[in-house]
Design a protein around this ligand. Structure first.
Ligand code: SER
Length: 587
């Protein structure tokens, strides 16, 4: 079976059982602003899992493109991928455990031809006031899985969700393929990482809601959310050791071999996998409109492109190559995901420009890094030099950290963060001696203007272009001044619309909440903000209803009505591709 046959077999199997096929949603979540990318098929379905009626009915099926960014540095081993596809079926308040498990068993056996003897399952053992799922275990036994291949685990392994900070979740039962090798020792089971068990499918019984305090309450309806990893199942069906050896990667890897003149073998295997994964993921992201940037989703695509570029130069190839690999991806996936063909030009442009930009600085930066690694006293690299690599050579600090690890050295991230902040404060103050805003001055007017700046930023992204990001901000007691990337004049009508949008939020008298969270949580939460501000153990995110979530030190008003009124006084060009807006607030 190839990938397309597997997608079709899955969808048809569930269609025959009353499910309606829904499309694969964008990688950029529309309904859930709390995460950067769609991480599971259920993601676009959150409102329906919470009880809203879905126009296609109560039984749904699809294949969904997904991205998970937590393991970028692990990519290269046999199992980790940044981009992957999930096959999923859902019951929105319709069938529950019994049918869900029966469907899964039947698809594995009749649909894929697997033997139940090679399957093991896990079940929720009960934890945190939620009972042990004996019902699921009993169903599995009735379905033909003997007791000794039913394993119980706690929340860590057998609980899924929510996808963001809050939302639907529940106990799950996970299905594993046992490759037949002997157990690695006492206690070896599906939760063991020895490689004997590969998780292929997860059936989540979503009957709880997790709120902001972390408490669980029952949902209005009992749902089923399942997700099967397409690449992993393909690996099993095709009898190959890793996802990278499935037919999905054959063309991509041969293209990299052809361009580099090297072979996918020996010590080069890891580099090939990293390049293949990262270019494939970047291709899908660019096709969904995510372009390289200094923060947010754009920073992820930048990191992927730059990491792939570095590994390609490690294979001895120093020219732009990603467009040619992307063409193979577009060809391979274009039928299942037609947006790839539609947006092929944008994909090429995004890859070419970023490769170019990075290469300009890479060689010099690597030379600098080598010197730095040699001079290091002990195992920690000099903080100032690490910062210079970032500032002058555009090295993502994660890249420096990875290079350092390869030499048995390390980067002091906290030190990097401090330097970043210091530098930022200095350059702000230096660029404009009249700078009084931000932390330096928390007068009443500047506080109002500070919150108004967040609303202006949100309005620009909502009404003008979601790709707009802050390029500079300056606040005095009299006015705010906000610079952002955009390449044409904003018309008077658009400015009127922005004023109206901001004034509406002011009139709603929404609370301005400050939440503290780790950098990773803030990234998952979908907070925007200046890239460098993100380095730190815990960051502050200011939230204004669903309108704005921004990393910031504050201070801010406590309710939007305190701002009074908002008026734009000037719109002009500030630099190439950068516009500047000045605005005032008043009674
Ligand atoms: N949402 C669950 C998962 O991602 C099942 O699809 O594993």
């Amino acid at each position: 079976m190839d990938a397309q046959e597997l997608r079709t077999a899955y969808v048809e199997f569930f269609k025959e059982r009353g499910h309606a096929q829904i499309g694969s949603a964008s990688l950029v979540p529309e309904n859930d602003p709390t995460v950067l990318f769609t991480t599971a098929g259920m993601h676009p379905l959150v409102p329906y899992l919470l009880g809203e009626k879905h126009p296609m009915g109560k039984r749904l099926v699809n294949f969904q493109k997904c991205v998970r960014t937590g393991d970028i540095d692990e990519v290269g081993d046999p199992t980790h991928l940044t981009f992957f596809e999930m096959l999923g079926n859902w019951s929105l308040g319709d069938y529950f455990k019994e049918e869900s498990i029966e469907y899964s068993r039947d698809f594995l056996v009749k649909g894929l031809g697997l033997s139940l003897d090679d399957i093991a399952v896990t079940v929720f053992k009960g934890e945190g006031g939620i009972p042990r799922d004996t019902e699921t275990a009993a169903i599995w036994e009735r379905m033909g899985i003997p007791k000794e291949r039913i394993f119980y685990y706690g929340m860590e392994d057998n609980w899924w969700g929510p996808a963001g900070l809050t939302g639907p979740c529940g106990p799950d039962t996970e299905i594993f393929y046992d490759d037949g090798r002997p157990a690695c020792g006492e206690g070896c089971g599906p939760a063991c990482r020895c490689g004997k068990y590969v998780e292929i499918w997860n059936n989540v019984f979503m009957e709880y809601y997790k709120d902001e305090k972390g408490d669980f309450s029952p949902l209005k309806q009992r749902n089923v959310d399942t997700g099967m990893g397409l690449e992993r199942v393909l690996g099993i069906l095709q009898g190959v050791g890793t996802v990278y050896e499935t037919t999905l990667f054959t063309g991509i890897i041969s293209k990299i071999e052809e361009i580099s003149g090297r072979e996918y073998a020996g010590d080069d295997v890891r580099a090939f996998r990293i390049i293949a994964d990262h270019v494939r993921a970047a291709t899908f992201m660019l096709a969904d409109g995510v372009f390289p940037a200094r923060m947010g989703a754009g920073y992820i695509v930048r990191r992927l492109i730059r990491r792939a570029s570095r590994y390609m130069s490690g294979l001895g190839y120093e020219e732009n190559f990603m467009g040619a690999v992307a063409d193979v991806v577009i060809d391979e996936y274009g039928d299942a995901y037609p947006e790839l063909r539609r947006n092929a030009k944008a994909v090429h442009r995004g890859l070419d420009e970023e490769e170019e930009r990075f290469r300009k600085t890479l060689r010099k930066g690597l030379r600098r890094f080598d010197a730095l690694a040699e001079e290091a006293v002990g195992d920690t690299l000099d903080g100032e030099q690490v910062f210079r690599l970032f500032d002058t050579f555009g090295f993502p600090v994660e890249l420096t950290a990875e290079l350092a690890r390869e030499r048995g050295k390390r980067v002091d991230m906290a030190d990097f963060e401090n330097r970043f902040r210091e530098h930022q404060d200095k350059s702000r103050a230096g660029a404009d001696q009249t700078f009084k805003g931000g932390l330096a001055d928390s007068g009443e007017e500047t506080t109002k203007l500070h919150t108004a700046t967040h609303l202006l930023h949100a309005a620009l992204r909502e009404l003008i272009d979601p790709g707009i990001t802050q390029k500079g901000s300056n606040i005095t007691a009299e006015r705010l001044r906000f610079d952002f990337n955009f390449d044409r004049k904003i018309t008077r009508e658009e400015l009127d619309g922005i004023e109206e949008y901001v004034n509406n939020i002011i009139a709603k008298d929404l609370p301005v909440e400050c939440r503290e969270m780790t950098l990773d949580e803030a990234t998952d939460f979908g907070a925007i903000g200046v890239f460098g501000d993100k380095y730190g153990e815990v960051v502050k995110v200011y939230c204004i209803g669903e309108y704005s979530k921004e990393l910031c030190g504050g201070p801010h008003v406590s309710r939007t009505s305190e701002i009074g009124t908002f008026k734009i006084t000037k719109e002009e060009s500030s630099a190439a591709g950068v516009r500047r807006i000045r605005a005032v607030v008043g009674k």
